[in-house]
Design a protein around this ligand. Structure first.
Ligand SMILES: [Zn+2]
Length: 86
C-alpha cells in the first residue's frame, strides 16, 4: 500500500517497543515524502530516531513502528468478510 492509498487524512504511527507515537497529516507527508512511497518504507522514515531503527543491523528485534488505525481498518474488513461467509 502506498501513502496515497491510505484511507484516512490523519495518519497515526506508533511503536510498541519504544513507545514512540506520532500523528501526521497525510497531505503533509505526501509533500515531504511523495504520494508513491510505500507505507512500509514510510514508517521507518517517520520512526527515525527510534533506537530500534538505529540498532536494526545489530539485532533481530527491529522497531515495531506501525499504523494502529490501519490495523483496525484491516481487522474491521476481516470481520465483514467473515460474516459474509456465514
Ligand atoms: Zn521503535
Amino acid at each position: 500500500m502506498k501513502l496515497n492509498d491510505y484511507p484516512l487524512q490523519t495518519i497515526n504511527v506508533s511503536c510498541r517497543k519504544c513507545d514512540r507515537r506520532g500523528r501526521y497529516t497525510k497531505k503533509k507527508l505526501i509533500e515531504r515524502y511523495g504520494a508513491d512511497i510505500a507505507l512500509s518504507d514510510l514508517r521507518l522514515l517517520i520512526a527515525d530516531g527510534c533506537s530500534r531503527i538505529t540498532n536494526h543491523q545489530l539485532g533481530t528485534d527491529p522497531c515495531g513502528a506501525m499504523y494502529p488505525d490501519l490495523l483496525y481498518l484491516f481487522d474491521a474488513s476481516k470481520d465483514v468478510q467473515g460474516s459474509e461467509e456465514d
